[in-house]
Design a protein around this ligand. Sequence first.
Ligand code: TNX
Length: 611
Amino acid sequence: MSSVPTAAPEPLDPSRAGTDEQVAGHPDLPGHEPAAAELARAATRVADDLLAPATPTADDLSSPATRTAAGLPASPPRPADDPSSPPTRIRLGDVVPAPERVTPVPGADFVLAPDAVIRVTADDAARTVAGQLAALLRPATGYALPVTDAAPQEPAGGITLALVDSDDLGPEGYRLDVTADGVRIEATTPAGLFFGAQTVRQLLPAAIESPTPVAERWTLPGGSITDRPRFSYRGAMLDVARHFFGVPDVLRVIDHLARYKLNHLHLHLTDDQGWRIAVDSWPRLAEVGGANEVGAGPGGHYTRDDYRRIVAYAAERHLTVVPEIDLPGHTHAALTAYGELAPDRVAPPPYTGTEVGFSYVDPTSERTYEFVADVLGEIAALTPGPWLHIGGDEAFKVRPDAYAAFVERAQRIVAGTGRTVVGWHQIAPAAHAEGRVLQWWGTKGEDPVTADAVQRGARLVLSPADHAYLDMKYTPETPVGHDWAGMIDVRRAYDWDPGAHVAGVPADAVLGVEAPLWTESITSLVEVEFMLFPRLPAIAELGWSPRATHDWAGFRDRLAGHGPRWATAGIAFHRSPEIPWPTGRPAPAGSQATIPSQPGPEEAPAPAPSA
Ligand code: TNX
């Protein structure tokens, strides 16, 4: 498959503003690939210096077997065991995303004892959360942490997770109380308990991320937190179409989202370069359309069971999967499988480049609507969540009237599956459909067409490309990524307000935020993590935290403490010089200037000293 010559796309419609700029911003692949490889190699090299034993670049960093197979020592990096070194002081307010209300109580710190127990309300879903918390804490502590049902009279000393009735916490909020006698998380739902458990994890020393036991005093700062999200939709998108990412990679990305209380994973499942989901009624979509990717790699696709596994893993972490079938444009891979959908009825050869806007399914053919109904019907049947994303972006070759008619019909097909339609904001001109959501990726605060769709009832998920597109480079030297929407450093990712970003769109029409990661130039999990961290937590904070907590200086300080966590967990990240990482090792002068010295996953800070 990969030896089939690449089809030259037709030129884009030059009348579309931004088009040329976008194409110009797409990476030149032959030039890009050595940069990505260099990134990965440098990651291994510098990590060897900073963290002994080394931080691997292998996909699974926690299993000794995988580490050994990757040629790495069986144990991951671990903090110094020297009990004489001072503990890193974690403050109750150091949580990312910033909690709604934090009330520290000096002198009320809690120390987790080796015989501590996790108690939980007698409820299966709550027990699952307690089990997840225990599983997070056992590897580093080495403690047994048995989970037991909570009794009415609680003995002191452990961690309690309690489902309670409360009008204040909402469906995702929680209350956390830390006293010298114990830790208590209360919530009205298992999701709230789960988010509370993520907060507990962040309040423990960074060494809690170690996959093997560490000598540490497992202290949590005393006081209470009352917390709930600002927006109900907090997401990230992974483009698995331009480069395919297998199930283990996607599960690891879900773990990353869950840490920061995100609750939606949008999977961009189809595009010109690949169709990534098996569809029984149209089997060649995945078999033929899935067998390529950018750069002519082997591609791949998810079987129905793979997809179910991803959905179930996400659901256990209180994340909803939003599947996207991009229509009517971005469909070249589908056309390679079924030429009958093409305007000229001829199946083209695969496309492995990075242009956009040249392909479309024939909007005038009934066969196209059979295809759309079959595909969306099967995806809906596999997806428990409420959303079906129909794409709708960059269909430059489809005339506006035909485009609007197509979108309106696709919206009706989605409604027929019982799901709510989501589309990129290009679908705004089409008629309103009950509940519809536009994902806005503009770069200007003025968008009268979108504002008009909002007037007609649409809600928005905000992904402004110049703040939230995590495929944009951090700096001109970032070895992977795009630049068509500009550089996005951590501050740029953080400093905007989703509630007041688009003129004429009131805050109550904003469902939330999403950080898309397009993967034309992103080829591996290490590169995915490098682009996500540390910007993903910035977007997560915009989605979760009340606006009153918004403060770049405070965010930067809180985020700094997460570097040692990521390093200990083996997560690659960009050691941005904007963040005061607690390493004692300043970023080398000129480190932004060239690819080899580009701060990258290689420059993971040494884990914080611990007692
Ligand atoms: C625009 S934003 C696209 C994608 C590209 C991305 C690259 C949007 C809905 N479409 O097809 O991958 O730019 O940054």
